[in-house]
Design a protein around this ligand. Structure first.
Ligand code: VKK
Length: 426
């Protein structure tokens, strides 16, 4: 039914992730769960029958529980071999039909929620970030990220060596990219915004493209930041991604915390930056249902140009972009979601502007087709173009679903928005 919905919406690609635990419930030392393989085979085949390209993520936050018990999850170096094995099972089982792979979804966001703030499992943190039963908010996120980067490199190496030539697909990684605008035009705040971006984007993409962490991180984190051996640098640089996925939702002001005092217990704390939604009392953009996420459409162009310029014109896919509503919104407003229509329209307008300036953008994915389980917020935050009645599983198209279908199927729009649907494989 959902594949029919996608077909009626006229999209040409669908992004989803595979649950590692559904394929390998106990990791590589346990067996492959054939029911899990069969489930994704049915989904992939149903999509292809409708001419929809599957765009597949291997890891979207969750891991088999046994790997947490056995290795301490991403903190243990042994998880790299586990991920390489898991990715191999997936390339083998699904790679004959999948043209687009990504290794990780937003590891730059998940490691911070897991190991700095302690909000996501395994809930590790230390003061001043929080009081967790274990953790080290200044060291662990970087240790976990290091193992993720090397797991990524191992999977990309395996795909490029053993699968790419015969299967003909491409492989990338998805990074969450929040845009940071300097709070004031002081040199300190301008540097703070640049630094926040380095701790957001360059943290993962610099090692992948240039073989090492950015200078800002090496200076500030010193011995808390792991080091790559010469062989690891080579592994990273020799196995560049074919494309970069960007999940972009919002922008926020960055205030310097090196030359002026701040509370440093936030998401940007380790970068010595304080992020704030207001400048002189004026909010950066309309708030959404997700705390700290504001509507700032022009930031779409800025993040795309930044990534395009720094990472040498590598193809960019916008792998997520979307607008959230509170579940306590009235039924009428949930369905007549004009704010979501405006959000998508305006963000797409700035994406088209980036394309006109030369950015190499291969496609755009709306988040999300249906209301999703929003992690720690559960069902209280709604992102769907289709509303879901969770008692009956009924899907109800919102205004945004109709708008998006019209946008994708009309060859031009009268109001100057000139983005067209692009084929994911072009
Ligand atoms: O998962 C996040 C964001 C999580 C978060 C934000 C704010 C907090 O306070 C806590 C968690 O990013 C992406 O954005 C979406 C819409 O959020 C999620 O539904 C996707 O699963 C994910 O890839």
């Amino acid at each position: 039914e959902d594949v029919d919905i996608l077909h009626n919406l006229a999209v040409n690609s669908y992004r989803f992730s595979i649950s590692w635990a559904r394929i390998l419930p106990r990791g590589r030392l346990g067996g492959v769960n054939s029911a899990g393989i069969a489930f994704y085979n049915r989904l992939i085949n149903a999509l292809l029958q409708k001419g929809i390209q599957p765009f597949v993520t291997l890891n979207h936050f969750d891991i088999p529980h046994e790997l947490e018990t056995r290795y301490g999850g991403w903190l243990g170096a042994a998880i790299r071999e586990e991920f390489e094995y898991y990715s191999d099972v997936c390339f083998n089982a699904f790679g004959d039909r999948v043209r687009f792979w990504t290794t990780f979804n937003e590891p730059n966001l998940s490691t911070r929620h897991q190991y700095i703030l302690g909000e996501f499992p395994p809930n590790h943190c230390s003061p001043p970030f929080g009081n967790c039963s274990s953790g080290d908010s200044r060291r662990e996120p970087y240790a976990a990220a290091h193992n993720i980067l090397l797991s990524h490199a191992a999977a990309v190496h395996n795909y490029k060596t053993n699968y790419q030539a015969k299967q003909g697909g491409s492989i990338g990684i998805v990074i969450a990219v929040k845009w940071y605008e300097p709070l004031t035009n002081s040199t300190e705040d301008v540097r703070a915004a640049r630094r926040a971006l380095a701790f957001e984007v360059d943290w993962f993409l610099d090692p992948i493209f240039f073989g090492d962490y950015p200078r800002e991180m090496r200076e500030i984190l010193s011995s808390n930041l792991p080091k790559f051996t010469p062989e690891e640098k080579k592994l990273l640089q020799n196995n560049k991604v074919d494309f970069i996925g960007i999940n972009h939702y919002t922008a926020i002001y960055a205030k310097d915390c090196i030359y002026s005092p701040c509370t440093l217990d936030t998401y940007e704390g380790n970068a010595l930056v304080y992020a704030i939604g207001r400048r002189n009392g004026k909010i950066i953009g309309k708030p959404t249902a997700l705390h700290g996420y504001f509507v700032v459409p022009e930031a779409m162009e800025k993040v795309v140009m930044y990534v395009n310029d720094r990472y040498r014109n590598t193809t960019i896919y916008i792998t997520e972009n979307g607008y959230s509503q509170h579940s306590d919104t009235s039924m009428e407003d949930l369905i007549n979601d004009v704010e979501r229509v405006n959000y998508m329209h305006d963000y797409l307008k700035y994406l088209s502007s980036a394309i006109r300036k030369g950015a190499n953008v291969g496609g755009y994915f709306a988040w999300s087709i249906v209301d999703n389980f929003e992690w720690v917020y559960g069902y209280t935050v709604k992102f769907g173009l289709y509303q879901v009645d969770f008692d009956t599983q009924e899907r109800i198209p919102r205004m945004s679903a109709k708008w998006y279908r019209d946008f994708l199927t009309s060859s031009s729009l009268t109001d100057g928005l000139q983005v067209r649907s692009r084929r994911a494989d072009s």
